[in-house]
Design a protein around this ligand. Structure first.
Ligand code: AMP
Length: 473
């Protein structure tokens, strides 16, 4: 990560008072960011070599902590405060993290944690530990067992990603711009905006709260003069509901980088109508291959197609193959395997890391397309969810005998809600289950509809017949 650190240190000297990051009324300049992160890194180096959990939301201090972990060579694990405590504890156990930095100063009982202020004021140089750690961060995603699964990303992976995104057109042409961050730091879309912005000396701007307040979103876009936004398609659909989300009101917006879920033609048509001169990038990739591995500029001529491409085969970050209709990734972007003993789609071939994505795809005319999943992983409101994760957490509630969760789709093929079918021989109300589930899962994973059924329909192979369940929806 020497290259990235050298650049940030350089910006802290050449453009010290320029804002590196702004959130709400708070901001931090490149000089302050570098100074605070260097100071905190001394404290982190003295405390151990194990991973560090950064428990917070969008605070300026979260970015300081991330940089401090990189300087001190300690793997960081960003955890958003919207995650229930029980899940945080599971993550701490599986990751072997020895330190939780409680950035938001929330009440965290039962687990030892430190506030940002407490840590940064410690600067004991007597016990610095040398750390040859090769992992930069671990992001946790939904896992089929009901527990989150850890995806560790190495320096090699991240360096490769930064190099790729910094060469991507038109992102490589902008200087001194303002970049918008939508995703919180525990989702890998934020890896793209955070590292693109910091490695180019741009200013990154984020929303203080969660992204559902449209008035707040427009205010930030207008007042901060956002040039490039890193968004999920779900988010842009919300923005497009506002009559002010257009070129004449937001005349600084030049480019939107989308990633994380399917970008549909209808949405792009609306976007081009509101911003005729905008550049639209559709990027694709899983957390396991460092945020994104392909991207393509969506031109107006592509809008006659039913499915938009997700990548230009000439500008890939890593090798892509289609095997049995599935997108398989190989090479420098691909992680070294999950934390713990979960194997999933990871494998090694010819001395290279490889990953079966579970995405159905094809290559046509030099472009990569992604057309759905081979399994029960879904994207809902931009979040990656394993339906089995929800099911296993419902099953862990006393009195639940069987359970299946199905996504309900709108006519565009987008998940509009989740419905749980529950078999229970006890007098358990569905609202009680819903309430209980909040202890284990973040809100976006909790089905909006619960239906008690006497039994779950089966296919001839004895498997749960999800299609049949959808029919009775
Ligand atoms: P995550 O690990 O949260 O980034 O989710 C990765 C998954 O999101 C991929 O395996 C795809 O299923 C989906 N995905 C990411 N980008 C796109 C895209 N541009 N179009 C369609 N699906 C996408």
């Amino acid at each position: 990560m020497k290259n990235l650190l050298t650049k940030i240190e350089y910006f802290s000297k050449t453009n010290p008072y320029k804002n590196a990051y702004i959130v709400g009324k708070n901001s931090i300049s490149y000089l302050e960011l570098w100074t605070q992160a260097s100071k905190l890194s001394i404290s982190l180096s003295a405390q151990g070599t194990e991973p560090v959990i950064i428990y917070g939301h969008k605070e300026v201090e979260v970015v300081v902590c991330i940089l401090a972990c990189i300087i001190s060579n300690r793997t960081y694990i960003p955890i958003d405060i919207s995650l229930p405590l029980s899940r945080l504890i599971k993550i701490k156990d599986v990751s072997n993290a020895s330190l939780i930095i409680n950035v938001s100063n929330l009440e965290v009982s039962n687990i030892e944690n430190y506030s940002f202020r407490e840590l940064i004021s410690k600067n004991d140089l007597s016990n610095l530990k040398k750390n040859s750690n090769e992992l930069v961060y671990t992001i946790f995603t939904s896992g089929t067992t009901g527990n989150p699964k850890g995806v560790p990303i190495s320096k090699k992976n991240l360096n490769n990603f930064i190099c790729w995104i910094n060469n991507l057109k038109p992102l490589n042409q902008y200087q001194n711009i303002v970049v918008f961050n939508q995703a919180n730091f525990s989702f890998d879309l934020s890896v793209a905006d955070l590292y693109y912005s910091l490695s180019n000396g741009h200013t990154l701007v984020s929303l203080e709260g969660y992204e559902t307040n449209l008035i707040e979103v427009l205010k930030v876009f207008k007042e901060e003069k956002i040039d490039v936004a890193f968004l999920t398609p779900t988010f842009i659909k919300l923005c497009l509901l506002s009559k002010d989300f257009n070129e004449s009101y937001l005349n600084d917006l030049k480019c939107i980088y989308f990633c994380g879920e399917c970008l549909d033609v209808k949405t792009v048509c609306k976007l081009y109508k509101a911003f005729p001169n905008i550049e639209i990038i559709n990027a694709y990739g899983p957390t396991e291959a460092t945020s994104a591995i392909s991207a393509i500029n969506i031109t107006k001529t592509m809008l006659n197609e039913t499915l938009l491409p997700v990548g230009d085969m000439l500008t890939l970050a890593t090798e892509v193959e289609i095997r049995d209709s599935e997108i398989v990734l190989k090479g420098d972007s691909v992680f070294d395997g999950y934390l713990g003993d979960h194997i999933g789609g990871f494998f090694r071939e010819n001395n290279e890391n490889c990953y079966r994505t579970g995405d159905l795809g094809y290559i046509h005319d030099g472009k990569l397309y992604c057309k759905g999943r081979v399994d029960n992983q879904i994207k809902y409101k931009g979040y990656r969810i394993e339906l089995a994760d929800i099911e296993n957490n419902i099953l862990s509630i006393a009195g639940v005998d069987e359970c299946v969760v199905v996504p309900l789709y709108n006519d565009m093929g987008v998940v509009k809600s989740l419905k749980a079918f529950v078999v229970s021989s006890e007098n358990l109300t569905m609202s009680k289950i819903k309430q209980e589930l909040k202890k284990y899962l973040p809100l976006y994973m909790i089905p909006s509809i619960f239906k008690k059924v006497d039994f779950l329909p089966m296919t001839v192979n004895g498997k749960i017949d999800r299609k049949k369940l959808l029919e009775v929806v």
